[in-house]
Design a protein around this ligand. Structure first.
Ligand SMILES: [Zn+2]
Length: 328
């Protein structure tokens, strides 16, 4: 499946349910993924919260915590955590709009990847809505740093994710992976890449109230030069691929597909959130247009030099629409 194939917005065609434990909370959660004609995007609903406080829109301005996973919180203080793998699954499957009902504080971790979400979303099918899909085209470089950890968006005529990891003296070592949304296959190349953790950090994380639901069935556990799990790696570059999956989920919180080349070096949820926030904070950074408008601009005679012209045309024709940068 490819997230960029439709000119029209989509939702899931039929409801699918999931039951599982939260990686950090350890709590059992029932999740219902429901179709909607509401085109606000992905809307989480905490069904155990008071009716008026339930809704949490999946947007970067609702990100409240990025420690090991991404947490969203609405203006009433209602939160849902570890949203990134489900967000990546929906994005990768090309689902723009859906209601995600949960009866607890965290999205189930399932097997630590997006695999089960993707299998079930694919079985449920996709329904097209009567509203055009829009994209955010990145007009100039946006970069965030934290020490030598870096995340950057570069202007491009398509979308790609490129990740470099460096965990010296571990089985991971230096690892890199690039995913191109046009030519790559989300289900085959990304969806099954599992999250990972380090044995030496587990005690500290548990003491901090995290990874209470962490099991060998929902994460790759690394002990320096060996992997504790009996299940072999699903990909040689599973660690880097998982970081791409995380980035896809985090960037989906922009609320639109971001047309740019994403690169990260030793990145994570915190840098991804800062990157999307920095992108959205300055309207000179991006241009919002429908996917069909974008195709007209890019044109059938695609050329390498087109990117710079596109910036000028974008400036003339498509003034940034102010409602994109919402704030509370
Ligand atoms: Zn992850």
């Amino acid at each position: 499946m490819n997230s960029m194939k439709s000119y029209y917005q989509t939702t899931i065609d039929t409801q699918v349910n999931f039951v599982g434990i939260g990686l950090h909370s350890g709590e059992v959660v029932i999740l219902k993924l429901k179709p909607t004609a509401d085109t606000r995007g992905i809307v989480f609903k905490r069904m155990d919260a008071p009716l008026k406080h339930r809704e949490i829109l999946a947007r970067q301005y609702n990100v409240s915590n990025t420690t090991l996973s991404t947490t969203l919180t609405n203006e009433f203080g209602t939160s849902v955590s570890t949203v990134e793998h489900l967000m990546a699954a929906l994005y990768g499957c090309g689902i723009d709009n859906a209601i995600v009902e949960v009866d607890g504080p965290e999205i189930p971790i399932l097997d630590g990847s997006a695999k089960d979400f993707v299998i079930n979303i694919a079985q449920a099918g996709i329904r097209h809505l009567d509203k055009e899909r829009s994209i955010l085209w990145v007009r100039r470089k946006v970069e965030v740093n934290d020490g030598d950890n870096t995340a950057v968006l570069l202007p491009s005529l398509s979308q790609s994710f490129s990740v470099n990891l460096d965990f010296p003296d571990t089985v991971i070592g230096q690892q890199s992976y690039t995913y191109d949304t046009v030519s790559s296959d989300f289900t085959k190349q990304l969806a099954s890449a599992r999250t990972f953790g380090f044995l030496e950090q587990i005690a500290g994380l548990k003491a901090a109230g995290l990874v209470k639901g962490g099991l060998l069935s929902n994460a790759i556990l690394v002990d320096k030069h060996k992997i504790i799990n009996e299940e072999p790696l699903r990909y040689k570059t599973e660690f880097a691929r998982h970081k791409v999956l995380d980035a896809m989920g985090d960037l989906a919180l922009a609320g639109y597909p971001i047309i740019a080349d994403y690169h990260s070096y030793k990145g994570g949820h915190d840098l991804n959130h800062k990157l999307v926030s920095k992108l959205m904070s300055d309207q000179r950074n991006w241009c919002l247009m429908t996917y069909s408008e974008f195709e007209v601009l890019v044109g059938p005679k695609f050329s390498a030099g087109r990117s710079s012209n596109l910036a000028a045309e974008c400036n003339d024709q498509y003034e940034p629409r102010k409602q994109v940068v919402s704030s509370r």
